[in-house]
Design a binder for this molecule. Sequence first.
Ligand code: SF4
Ligand code: SF4
Ligand SMILES: [Zn+2]
Length: 517
Amino acid sequence: MIRWCKNCRYPTKNKTCKLCNNKTEPLSEEAIPVFKHEKIILSYLLDKDVTSEQVWNLGRNYYLINGERIVVNYSSILNNETEIEKIRENILNYKEEDNEEFSNFVEGNKQHLDEIIMEANQYIKETVSKYENYQPIVSWSGGKDSTVTSDLVRKTTGNNTILHIFGDTTLEFPTTYKYFEEFKKDNMFTPFMVTCSDKNFSELCDVFGPPSRVMRWCCSIFKTGPISRSFNDTIGKKILTFYGIRKSESASRSKYLRTVQSPKISRQIVSAPIIEWSDNDVWLYILSEKISFNKAYEYGFRRVGCLYCPNNSMWSEFLSSIYFKEEYKKWKEYLYTFAKGIGKEDYIDYIDTGNWKARQGGYGLDNSMTKLENVECNLYENAQNYFMKKPITKDIIQYMKPLGDMKIIEDKGEYKLIINHLKQGDIILQWNENSSLIKVVINSDKNVSLLYKRIECQLRKYQTCILCSACDSVCPLGAISTLDKYIVSDACIHCGKCISHFNGGCLINKTLYKSKI
Ligand code: SF4
Ligand code: SF4
Ligand SMILES: [Zn+2]
């Protein structure tokens, strides 16, 4: 619980104010500093000038303005371009002055900050020495949490040359790209590895539909896929990644552990020095250590990430409509077209109310490529003929590699693949080059239906694959690469983890799944 000193007007965790010795009062779970740009917006919404007041955000649309709790309502002007234009004008006409005054906040909480820094330092030192054979790196996103983590790790290790990795989704806030350039200038000795997908977000939206809260296909493709590909290509060693994740960010993150094997990128231990910090602690660090930060926070954004993330709040979208006018407009137009295309009669409402974010499955989208067609073959036992929706070429062999050690027999365009599947029997695949028919025979008495499920995952991958790169981060050994073609290297030990990692084998199938009801 954060408290408030009425006398010195600043939030603190101390029951007695360190500056005036008065008793402090309970305030709220969070207290986030509010900067000038946001104060201009608040002034407009409240119809009174609060630009020179002490303002703290207490979570969502609750504010403390000059010691008084106020709920700020903005829903009535969401999507109202005339009102938004007036706010934009107010911001433009505002002349930058000196930075806000946070000296009481910094002075009154000095002891608390020293304690949490000391604890984080100790943890970082212990983690680095425990994983001494791992290459330490910092995952940098341009957000406040990774900014603080970077500062802490570099100061604790005394090493400014620790590698930073910036997974550029290509969809970051424009302020993030600016801040990235500033950060590099201010920290000239800190090397950066920037990873970036070669995929085009809007083209993939045409396949998958816009990412929704339950179908966030974009993270694998634009973030984890390119990062693990770069790790596989450039860093031979095991990796110890420091990142800025914190429990108070969301209920799902509240269960995170401080040091764990990465669930998304293998070969990697992830470590979260500020996992227990509150937003208030993070701001205390930034303002006390006087480190620069992403301008988006001055604008009023609470979180910095992708422009089009379905997890962005209404407030964040409201701010995007003010500050990132063109990008926002384009995205909204795309969403309207999409909603119309999938048959939503009330498409404007569907988008404006944010209902599209709860979209599940691929209703209204074409998922025919994910469907496999097959008939039983009467000539052999346990045999099926599959009719593929694209010509079968040698490329299919790569998709079959995870199933087991294989022998390839080729005779004038006729292929036979004999796969020894996990010591459970042989799988035989037969096809003619460029035909659409492939015969699958299973020489085993046990688990026949399970084996078929696995084969179908790989056949579906072959049929559906658009090299989206999501598979790259699935293999613990980094054996899968989808740069120009789907390649499974000889590092594959046939552990089978990649086979049904995505429902039915492929992220497209998982995302476009339509239940039968
Ligand atoms: S098989 Fe599917 S998930 Fe894997 S890279 Fe291809 S399109 Fe992406
Ligand atoms: S996860 Fe990697 S090692 Fe395991 S089967 Fe797939 S490619 Fe092979
Ligand atoms: Zn006080």
